[in-house]
Design a protein around this ligand. Structure first.
Ligand code: KG4
Ligand code: ZN
Length: 335
Protein backbone atom coordinates (compact mmCIF):
# COMPACT_ATOMS: atom_id res chain seq x y z
CA UNK A 1 0.00 0.00 0.00
CA UNK A 2 1.64 3.26 -1.15
CA UNK A 3 0.96 5.99 1.43
CA UNK A 4 2.05 9.61 1.22
CA UNK A 5 2.91 11.17 4.59
CA UNK A 6 2.94 14.90 5.36
CA UNK A 7 4.56 16.42 8.47
CA UNK A 8 4.41 20.15 9.22
CA UNK A 9 3.93 20.33 13.00
CA UNK A 10 6.83 22.68 13.71
CA UNK A 11 9.70 23.99 11.56
CA UNK A 12 10.42 20.97 9.37
CA UNK A 13 8.50 20.70 6.11
CA UNK A 14 8.47 17.03 5.20
CA UNK A 15 6.85 14.54 2.84
CA UNK A 16 7.54 10.83 2.43
CA UNK A 17 6.23 7.77 0.66
CA UNK A 18 6.11 4.36 2.33
CA UNK A 19 5.02 1.04 0.89
CA UNK A 20 4.50 -1.82 3.36
CA UNK A 21 7.86 -2.24 5.15
CA UNK A 22 9.75 0.11 2.89
CA UNK A 23 10.46 3.83 3.11
CA UNK A 24 10.44 4.70 -0.61
CA UNK A 25 11.39 8.35 -0.07
CA UNK A 26 11.64 10.87 2.74
CA UNK A 27 12.27 14.55 2.13
CA UNK A 28 12.83 16.96 5.02
CA UNK A 29 13.37 20.70 4.51
CA UNK A 30 14.51 22.48 7.65
CA UNK A 31 13.40 26.09 7.74
CA UNK A 32 16.49 28.21 8.21
CA UNK A 33 14.64 31.47 8.73
CA UNK A 34 14.28 30.76 12.48
CA UNK A 35 18.02 30.69 13.15
CA UNK A 36 18.34 34.43 13.33
CA UNK A 37 15.61 34.58 16.02
CA UNK A 38 17.13 31.80 18.13
CA UNK A 39 13.83 29.87 18.11
CA UNK A 40 10.80 29.02 15.98
CA UNK A 41 8.59 31.97 14.97
CA UNK A 42 5.15 30.34 14.37
CA UNK A 43 3.95 32.82 11.73
CA UNK A 44 7.11 32.37 9.65
CA UNK A 45 6.91 28.60 10.07
CA UNK A 46 3.37 28.40 8.59
CA UNK A 47 4.28 30.65 5.68
CA UNK A 48 7.40 28.63 4.91
CA UNK A 49 5.35 25.38 4.96
CA UNK A 50 2.88 26.95 2.54
CA UNK A 51 5.67 27.90 0.15
CA UNK A 52 7.68 24.69 0.34
CA UNK A 53 5.18 21.88 0.77
CA UNK A 54 3.99 21.44 -2.86
CA UNK A 55 7.55 21.03 -4.13
CA UNK A 56 8.51 18.75 -1.22
CA UNK A 57 5.57 16.46 -2.03
CA UNK A 58 6.46 16.41 -5.75
CA UNK A 59 10.04 15.53 -4.86
CA UNK A 60 8.96 12.75 -2.47
CA UNK A 61 6.84 11.17 -5.23
CA UNK A 62 9.64 11.51 -7.78
CA UNK A 63 12.20 9.92 -5.46
CA UNK A 64 9.75 7.08 -4.78
CA UNK A 65 9.42 6.76 -8.58
CA UNK A 66 5.63 6.92 -8.51
CA UNK A 67 3.02 9.46 -9.50
CA UNK A 68 -0.20 10.45 -7.70
CA UNK A 69 -2.19 7.66 -9.37
CA UNK A 70 -0.24 4.97 -7.47
CA UNK A 71 -1.10 6.38 -4.04
CA UNK A 72 -3.63 4.45 -1.95
CA UNK A 73 -3.83 6.80 1.01
CA UNK A 74 -2.53 10.03 2.55
CA UNK A 75 -1.55 10.72 6.15
CA UNK A 76 -0.80 14.05 7.83
CA UNK A 77 0.08 15.12 11.36
CA UNK A 78 -2.93 16.79 13.02
CA UNK A 79 -1.32 17.41 16.45
CA UNK A 80 0.40 18.17 18.69
CA UNK A 81 2.24 21.16 17.25
CA UNK A 82 1.85 24.76 16.11
CA UNK A 83 -1.73 25.40 14.97
CA UNK A 84 -0.87 27.37 11.83
CA UNK A 85 1.82 24.90 10.77
CA UNK A 86 -0.42 21.88 11.32
CA UNK A 87 -3.20 23.54 9.31
CA UNK A 88 -0.99 23.83 6.24
CA UNK A 89 -0.15 20.11 6.22
CA UNK A 90 -3.62 18.86 7.11
CA UNK A 91 -5.29 21.12 4.54
CA UNK A 92 -2.91 19.90 1.86
CA UNK A 93 -3.69 16.31 2.87
CA UNK A 94 -7.44 16.87 2.69
CA UNK A 95 -7.22 18.71 -0.65
CA UNK A 96 -5.18 15.93 -2.23
CA UNK A 97 -7.49 13.27 -0.79
CA UNK A 98 -10.52 15.10 -2.20
CA UNK A 99 -8.98 15.70 -5.62
CA UNK A 100 -7.62 12.16 -5.96
CA UNK A 101 -10.60 10.49 -4.26
CA UNK A 102 -8.32 8.76 -1.75
CA UNK A 103 -8.74 7.88 1.93
CA UNK A 104 -6.80 10.01 4.39
CA UNK A 105 -5.95 9.92 8.06
CA UNK A 106 -4.79 12.39 10.71
CA UNK A 107 -1.80 11.08 12.68
CA UNK A 108 -0.63 11.88 16.22
CA UNK A 109 2.93 13.23 15.88
CA UNK A 110 4.02 11.50 19.11
CA UNK A 111 2.80 8.11 17.91
CA UNK A 112 4.84 8.80 14.76
CA UNK A 113 7.98 9.26 16.88
CA UNK A 114 7.33 6.08 18.89
CA UNK A 115 6.74 3.94 15.78
CA UNK A 116 9.64 5.44 13.79
CA UNK A 117 11.77 2.43 14.64
CA UNK A 118 9.19 0.10 13.06
CA UNK A 119 9.51 2.03 9.79
CA UNK A 120 13.00 0.53 9.66
CA UNK A 121 11.70 -2.94 10.46
CA UNK A 122 12.75 -3.02 14.08
CA UNK A 123 9.72 -4.27 15.95
CA UNK A 124 9.73 -4.26 19.75
CA UNK A 125 7.52 -6.84 21.45
CA UNK A 126 4.67 -5.80 23.77
CA UNK A 127 4.72 -4.60 26.46
CA UNK A 128 7.53 -2.13 25.97
CA UNK A 129 8.57 1.24 27.33
CA UNK A 130 9.14 4.25 25.07
CA UNK A 131 11.09 7.38 25.94
CA UNK A 132 10.08 10.30 23.73
CA UNK A 133 12.49 13.24 23.99
CA UNK A 134 11.84 16.14 21.64
CA UNK A 135 11.71 19.92 21.61
CA UNK A 136 8.18 19.93 23.05
CA UNK A 137 7.91 16.67 25.00
CA UNK A 138 9.72 14.42 27.44
CA UNK A 139 7.54 11.38 27.99
CA UNK A 140 7.92 7.89 29.39
CA UNK A 141 5.23 5.77 27.79
CA UNK A 142 4.11 2.26 28.70
CA UNK A 143 2.96 0.58 25.50
CA UNK A 144 1.07 -2.52 26.56
CA UNK A 145 -0.69 -3.33 23.30
CA UNK A 146 -0.60 -1.93 19.76
CA UNK A 147 -2.09 1.60 19.69
CA UNK A 148 -2.45 1.80 23.50
CA UNK A 149 -0.24 4.39 25.14
CA UNK A 150 -0.08 5.15 28.87
CA UNK A 151 2.05 8.10 29.91
CA UNK A 152 3.79 7.05 33.12
CA UNK A 153 6.23 9.95 33.40
CA UNK A 154 6.75 13.37 31.86
CA UNK A 155 8.50 16.68 32.41
CA UNK A 156 6.88 18.96 34.95
CA UNK A 157 8.41 22.04 33.27
CA UNK A 158 10.77 22.29 30.27
CA UNK A 159 11.16 19.48 27.74
CA UNK A 160 14.69 18.09 27.40
CA UNK A 161 15.08 19.44 23.85
CA UNK A 162 13.82 22.83 25.00
CA UNK A 163 16.50 22.80 27.73
CA UNK A 164 19.16 22.05 25.08
CA UNK A 165 17.87 24.96 22.99
CA UNK A 166 17.73 27.39 25.94
CA UNK A 167 21.16 26.45 27.29
CA UNK A 168 22.64 26.81 23.79
CA UNK A 169 21.19 30.31 23.75
CA UNK A 170 22.72 31.10 27.17
CA UNK A 171 26.09 29.86 25.89
CA UNK A 172 25.59 31.70 22.57
CA UNK A 173 26.03 28.53 20.58
CA UNK A 174 23.22 29.15 18.07
CA UNK A 175 19.97 27.42 17.09
CA UNK A 176 18.92 24.60 17.07
CA UNK A 177 20.62 24.07 20.40
CA UNK A 178 20.84 20.28 20.56
CA UNK A 179 23.41 19.74 17.79
CA UNK A 180 25.30 22.90 18.88
CA UNK A 181 25.61 21.68 22.49
CA UNK A 182 26.63 18.23 21.30
CA UNK A 183 29.36 19.70 19.14
CA UNK A 184 30.72 21.95 21.90
CA UNK A 185 30.46 19.13 24.47
CA UNK A 186 32.55 16.79 22.33
CA UNK A 187 35.72 18.59 23.47
CA UNK A 188 34.57 19.34 27.00
CA UNK A 189 34.86 17.62 30.36
CA UNK A 190 31.44 16.34 31.54
CA UNK A 191 32.72 16.12 35.11
CA UNK A 192 33.88 19.74 35.31
CA UNK A 193 30.59 21.09 36.73
CA UNK A 194 28.16 19.45 39.06
CA UNK A 195 24.85 20.76 37.69
CA UNK A 196 21.61 19.39 39.21
CA UNK A 197 20.35 16.33 37.35
CA UNK A 198 16.97 16.93 35.65
CA UNK A 199 14.78 14.96 38.00
CA UNK A 200 11.54 15.81 39.66
CA UNK A 201 11.99 15.63 43.44
CA UNK A 202 9.13 13.20 43.85
CA UNK A 203 9.84 9.49 43.70
CA UNK A 204 7.99 8.96 40.42
CA UNK A 205 8.92 8.83 36.74
CA UNK A 206 8.69 12.57 36.06
CA UNK A 207 11.46 14.88 34.90
CA UNK A 208 12.30 18.50 35.59
CA UNK A 209 14.83 20.43 33.52
CA UNK A 210 14.13 24.02 34.44
CA UNK A 211 16.34 23.96 37.60
CA UNK A 212 19.22 22.62 35.54
CA UNK A 213 18.76 25.35 32.93
CA UNK A 214 18.62 28.03 35.63
CA UNK A 215 21.77 26.66 37.29
CA UNK A 216 23.61 26.98 33.97
CA UNK A 217 22.20 30.50 33.50
CA UNK A 218 23.34 31.73 36.94
CA UNK A 219 26.72 30.11 36.55
CA UNK A 220 27.25 31.63 33.08
CA UNK A 221 26.21 35.06 34.39
CA UNK A 222 28.77 34.83 37.19
CA UNK A 223 31.62 34.55 34.66
CA UNK A 224 33.38 37.24 32.68
CA UNK A 225 32.84 37.04 28.90
CA UNK A 226 36.36 35.72 28.49
CA UNK A 227 36.05 32.97 31.11
CA UNK A 228 32.66 31.95 29.75
CA UNK A 229 34.20 31.61 26.32
CA UNK A 230 36.93 29.38 27.74
CA UNK A 231 34.55 27.23 29.78
CA UNK A 232 31.76 26.84 27.20
CA UNK A 233 32.69 23.34 26.15
CA UNK A 234 32.97 22.11 29.74
CA UNK A 235 29.62 23.68 30.68
CA UNK A 236 28.01 22.14 27.58
CA UNK A 237 29.45 18.71 28.39
CA UNK A 238 28.37 18.88 32.05
CA UNK A 239 24.86 20.07 31.11
CA UNK A 240 24.52 17.30 28.52
CA UNK A 241 25.62 14.72 31.09
CA UNK A 242 23.04 15.97 33.62
CA UNK A 243 20.23 15.58 31.04
CA UNK A 244 21.39 12.12 29.98
CA UNK A 245 21.77 10.98 33.61
CA UNK A 246 18.14 11.95 34.28
CA UNK A 247 16.81 10.24 31.16
CA UNK A 248 18.72 7.03 31.82
CA UNK A 249 17.89 6.89 35.52
CA UNK A 250 14.13 7.28 35.11
CA UNK A 251 13.88 5.05 32.02
CA UNK A 252 15.60 2.14 33.73
CA UNK A 253 13.57 2.63 36.88
CA UNK A 254 10.31 2.63 34.86
CA UNK A 255 11.41 -0.36 32.76
CA UNK A 256 12.02 -2.26 35.96
CA UNK A 257 8.76 -1.14 37.59
CA UNK A 258 6.63 -2.08 34.57
CA UNK A 259 8.63 -5.22 33.88
CA UNK A 260 9.55 -4.13 30.35
CA UNK A 261 12.60 -5.77 28.81
CA UNK A 262 12.47 -3.51 25.77
CA UNK A 263 13.05 0.22 25.54
CA UNK A 264 12.29 2.35 22.47
CA UNK A 265 13.98 5.75 22.19
CA UNK A 266 12.29 8.43 20.07
CA UNK A 267 12.43 12.15 19.26
CA UNK A 268 14.99 14.70 18.14
CA UNK A 269 17.20 14.59 21.25
CA UNK A 270 17.87 10.89 20.52
CA UNK A 271 20.14 12.07 17.69
CA UNK A 272 22.67 12.88 20.40
CA UNK A 273 25.57 10.43 20.10
CA UNK A 274 26.68 10.62 23.69
CA UNK A 275 23.10 9.81 24.76
CA UNK A 276 22.88 6.89 22.32
CA UNK A 277 26.17 5.41 23.47
CA UNK A 278 25.36 5.68 27.15
CA UNK A 279 21.89 4.17 26.70
CA UNK A 280 23.41 1.28 24.72
CA UNK A 281 25.87 0.58 27.51
CA UNK A 282 23.43 0.68 30.44
CA UNK A 283 20.75 -1.27 28.59
CA UNK A 284 23.31 -3.89 27.71
CA UNK A 285 24.49 -4.08 31.33
CA UNK A 286 20.88 -4.36 32.57
CA UNK A 287 19.52 -6.89 30.06
CA UNK A 288 17.20 -4.39 28.37
CA UNK A 289 16.89 -4.55 24.58
CA UNK A 290 17.23 -1.08 23.10
CA UNK A 291 15.59 0.27 19.93
CA UNK A 292 16.96 3.51 18.50
CA UNK A 293 15.79 4.87 15.15
CA UNK A 294 18.53 6.01 12.76
CA UNK A 295 19.33 9.72 13.29
CA UNK A 296 17.21 11.05 10.41
CA UNK A 297 14.16 9.22 11.78
CA UNK A 298 14.64 10.75 15.27
CA UNK A 299 14.04 14.38 14.31
CA UNK A 300 10.74 15.34 12.69
CA UNK A 301 10.10 13.54 9.42
CA UNK A 302 7.11 12.43 7.35
CA UNK A 303 8.22 8.79 7.00
CA UNK A 304 7.16 8.10 10.59
CA UNK A 305 3.80 9.79 9.90
CA UNK A 306 3.26 7.81 6.68
CA UNK A 307 4.14 4.62 8.58
CA UNK A 308 1.50 5.21 11.30
CA UNK A 309 -1.02 6.29 8.65
CA UNK A 310 -0.43 3.11 6.68
CA UNK A 311 -0.81 0.71 9.59
CA UNK A 312 -3.89 2.49 10.91
CA UNK A 313 -5.50 2.58 7.43
CA UNK A 314 -4.69 -1.11 6.98
CA UNK A 315 -6.80 -1.83 10.03
CA UNK A 316 -9.66 0.14 8.52
CA UNK A 317 -9.28 3.55 10.16
CA UNK A 318 -10.08 6.72 8.21
CA UNK A 319 -10.47 10.40 9.08
CA UNK A 320 -13.24 12.52 7.66
CA UNK A 321 -13.18 16.05 6.26
CA UNK A 322 -14.39 17.47 9.59
CA UNK A 323 -11.03 16.66 11.17
CA UNK A 324 -9.39 19.76 12.65
CA UNK A 325 -5.88 20.28 13.97
CA UNK A 326 -5.35 19.72 17.73
CA UNK A 327 -2.29 21.69 18.88
CA UNK A 328 -2.22 20.07 22.33
CA UNK A 329 -3.21 16.56 21.24
CA UNK A 330 -2.34 13.94 23.86
CA UNK A 331 -0.85 10.57 23.14
CA UNK A 332 -3.56 9.04 25.30
CA UNK A 333 -6.40 10.43 23.13
CA UNK A 334 -8.41 7.55 21.75
CA UNK A 335 -8.57 7.61 17.96
O1 KG4 B 1 11.49 15.65 17.56
P1 KG4 B 1 11.99 16.97 17.10
O2 KG4 B 1 12.64 17.05 15.75
O3 KG4 B 1 10.87 18.07 17.12
C1 KG4 B 1 9.84 18.11 18.06
O4 KG4 B 1 8.88 17.30 17.94
O5 KG4 B 1 10.00 18.94 19.00
O6 KG4 B 1 13.03 17.48 18.24
C2 KG4 B 1 13.68 18.70 18.13
C3 KG4 B 1 14.57 18.84 19.35
C4 KG4 B 1 15.20 20.24 19.45
O7 KG4 B 1 15.01 20.72 20.77
C5 KG4 B 1 16.67 19.98 19.16
O8 KG4 B 1 17.55 20.89 19.83
C6 KG4 B 1 16.84 18.57 19.68
O9 KG4 B 1 15.65 17.91 19.29
N1 KG4 B 1 18.00 17.90 19.08
C7 KG4 B 1 19.06 17.46 19.79
C8 KG4 B 1 20.00 16.98 18.84
N2 KG4 B 1 19.46 17.13 17.59
C9 KG4 B 1 18.23 17.69 17.76
N3 KG4 B 1 19.31 17.47 21.11
C10 KG4 B 1 20.49 16.98 21.53
N4 KG4 B 1 21.45 16.51 20.68
C11 KG4 B 1 21.25 16.49 19.34
N5 KG4 B 1 22.20 16.04 18.53
ZN1 ZN C 1 8.75 15.78 16.87
Amino acid sequence: MFVLGIETSCDETSAAVVNENKICSSIVATQEIHQRFGGVVPEFASRAHLRQLPLIIETALQRAKIDYTRLQGIAATYGPGLAGSLLVGLSMCKSLAFALDLPFIGVNHLEGHILATTAENHHPLYPYLALVVSGGHTLLVHVRHPFSYNIVGQTIDDAAGEAFDKVAKILQLGYPGGPAIEKAAANGNPLSHNFPVGLSKKDNFDFSFSGLKTAVLYYARSLSAETLQMQKKDIAASFQKAVIDALIGKSLKAAHHYDCRQLVLAGGVIRNNSLRQRFHKVCNDNGVQLFTPSPELCTDNAAMIARVGMIRMQKGERSDFELDVVPNLSLETKA
